[in-house]
Design a protein around this ligand. Structure first.
Ligand SMILES: *[C@@H]1O[C@H](CO)[C@@H](O)[C@H](O)[C@H]1NC(C)=O
Ligand SMILES: *[C@@H]1O[C@H](CO)[C@@H](O)[C@H](O)[C@H]1NC(C)=O
Ligand SMILES: *[C@@H]1O[C@H](CO)[C@@H](O)[C@H](O)[C@H]1NC(C)=O
Ligand SMILES: *[C@@H]1O[C@H](CO)[C@@H](O)[C@H](O)[C@H]1NC(C)=O
Ligand SMILES: *[C@@H]1O[C@H](CO)[C@@H](O)[C@H](O)[C@H]1NC(C)=O
Ligand SMILES: *[C@@H]1O[C@H](CO)[C@@H](O)[C@H](O)[C@H]1NC(C)=O
Ligand SMILES: *[C@@H]1O[C@H](CO)[C@@H](O)[C@H](O)[C@H]1NC(C)=O
Ligand SMILES: *[C@@H]1O[C@H](CO)[C@@H](O)[C@H](O)[C@H]1NC(C)=O
Length: 458
């Protein structure tokens, strides 16, 4: 039996109220105490006895009409401002695990994962409207490597699609119903960008349907870059960045936490059959993914063929370590900002170009809406300086950053950044030019060549 120091527990309500008064988003307030993991990891529906914006890994809090705050109501001197432009980025919603244990099948209930309710349409325009179903024959000689049922790895679940549709409804309730900013779901107004990963495109379709159900009968373009150079995963190769990260994951500031939790890791590795596999043991990412994908989708934590099961307590410890690792890699480590800039430079550049195009009066869309991944969200959070306010946590499924441009009565333009549905403290009202400078600070000149140099300098 292993003893863990890192246990889930709740801050007393008085402390939560204190944070609310201080204007610190609860998702950050929760993470201020690194020995405390507060959050929901087993349902998309935050229990009603908890604050609406409680960190919910399964379905992050996002803008919605019920809790949306206009700038006038809390920022002095900005009365009469009008929303004029928006860029937004969100993570996809819940899915099956991305990572498979070597003996995956043995670690799932015999029924496996059921995706028959999720119809995957992928067809060439002007041709038959085919859809595809994943089949996993039980006689398949390699079937022990994946669960039974009808789901692939990293497959959006039908519940994840439902969350995406609700996300679109909530978004529309603010930017259409409350503010009258968007009129309709049309390319004139809304430019939608996903990644080469199919589930981000499927989430985009869910969000658009939530915004306007008539899209079910329409063709709506969404854009994505080729996998080789996709800036928004990000997926482009950057050996120089890899070397920088390897260096800061080779020092005690990183390795101490692995040592501290060695007993837990040994126990999990033996139970789940991943001994000696560095992809599983060099960090907790794969444990985190395989546990949260299960708990968020109402699947049991893994039990092995001898009947040993991962306990909820062990899983919560892994959730806390996951937060710590995300904060270290993308925010706290020495040289993390260099790594972050190199790997997300191209995305920062595109965002910066969007706001510059808008500033110059050349923007033809009212909103640019990006659907991406946890790795995209954490890099954006870090580059925007969220980590200077409080430690970052693993971006939730459906987590969201909305960058609003408001024009006041004297025609000054300010950016307000909404994070998990609430104005972010350090970016509540920033002059547009300053916000563009902030984005530009994460753009690396000659990033293609810099990424390709073997002797990295930072
Ligand atoms: C952190 O936790 C300690 C004790 O567990 C408590 O006294 C302190 O107020 C907490 N700090 C914050 C910022 O939550
Ligand atoms: C979810 O986890 C919490 C502990 O964080 C527990 O109290 C609750 O009963 C769990 N709910 C379900 C549906 O398993
Ligand atoms: C999968 O789910 C659908 C819809 O809930 C159900 O009709 C079907 O029987 C399930 N398939 C299996 C193999 O459990
Ligand atoms: C959407 O609204 C714009 C005006 O804002 C209009 O020009 C366009 O025709 C509308 N498109 C649809 C599909 O309703
Ligand atoms: C950060 O980069 C500097 C300059 O390249 C290097 O000297 C230092 O060792 C790096 N720190 C870590 C923790 O890798
Ligand atoms: C199941 O996990 C237990 C506890 O870690 C371990 O002793 C046992 O060998 C595992 N069984 C299988 C079949 O992997
Ligand atoms: C805006 O458009 C004008 C005219 O086409 C062009 O000269 C200028 O470079 C553009 N500026 C930006 C930032 O897009
Ligand atoms: C990238 O590195 C390879 C191997 O060192 C080299 O041949 C190539 O010219 C480099 N490309 C750039 C753009 O620096």
């Amino acid at each position: 039996m292993v003893n863990f120091s890192w246990r889930g527990s709740c801050l007393p309500p008085a402390i939560l109220v204190l944070f609310a008064q201080a204007g610190i988003p609860r998702v950050l307030a929760d993470a201020l105490n690194t020995s405390t993991t507060i959050g929901i990891y087993n349902t998309s529906h935050t229990p009603s006895n908890l604050p609406w914006d409680t960190y919910n890994y399964c379905n992050g809090p996002h803008v919605n009409a019920a809790y949306y705050v206009l700038p006038e109501s809390h920022t002095p001197g900005v009365k009469g401002s009008t929303l004029v432009y928006v860029n937004s980025m969100m993570r996809h919603h819940k899915r099956t695990p991305d990572n498979l244990y070597p003996s995956e099948r043995a670690l799932n209930p015999p029924s496996g994962w059921n995706c028959t309710d999720f119809i995957q349409m992928e067809y060439a325009g002007g041709a038959a409207q085919v859809y595809h179903e994943t089949v996993i024959p039980s006689w398949h000689p390699f079937a022990s490597q994946i669960w039974a049922g009808s789901c692939d790895e990293g497959h959006l679940t039908v519940e994840g699609l439902a969350d995406a549709i609700q996300h679109g409804k909530d978004f529309w309730s603010v930017y259409h119903d409350t503010l009258g900013f968007l009129d309709n779901v049309s390319e004139d107004e809304l430019y939608v960008h996903a990644t080469y990963e199919l589930l981000t495109q499927q989430v985009a379709s869910g969000v658009l349907y939530g915004m306007n159900p008539t899209t079910v009968d329409r063709r709506v373009p969404i854009y994505a870059q080729p996998e080789l150079i996709d800036a928004f995963v990000p997926a482009y190769a950057c050996p120089a960045a890899d070397a920088i990260r390897t260096a800061y994951q080779s020092v005690p500031a990183w390795s101490d936490h692995l040592v501290q939790h060695q007993a837990l890791q040994d126990h999990l590795a033996e139970m789940l059959g991943v001994q000696g596999i560095s992809a599983w043991l060099s960090w907790y990412d794969h444990f985190f993914d395989t546990f949260t994908s299960r708990t968020c989708n109402d699947h049991p934590l893994p039990c092995n063929a001898s009947g040993a099961c991962v306990t909820w307590e062990e899983a919560e410890t892994v959730f806390g370590i996951g937060d710590w690792e995300y904060n270290y890699i993308w925010n706290a480590a020495q040289n993390a900002s260099t790594y972050n800039s190199l790997t997300f430079s191209v995305a920062f550049e595109e965002l910066s170009m969007n706001f510059k195009r808008f500033r110059a009066g050349n923007e033809t869309h009212k909103m640019r809406f990006y659907v991406a991944h946890d790795g995209s969200m954490i890099r954006l959070m870090s580059g925007l300086g969220f980590g200077k306010v409080a430690p970052l946590r693993w971006p939730e499924l459906g987590s969201e950053i909305v960058m609003e441009v408001w024009r006041d009565a004297s025609a000054d333009q300010h950016v307000r950044v909404m994070f998990q549905g609430t104005p972010f403290p350090s970016l509540e009202w920033v002059p547009l030019n300053d916000f563009i400078s902030l984005l530009d600070a994460s753009v690396v000149q000659n990033v293609f060549e810099t990424c390709n140099t073997s002797s990295s300098s930072s």
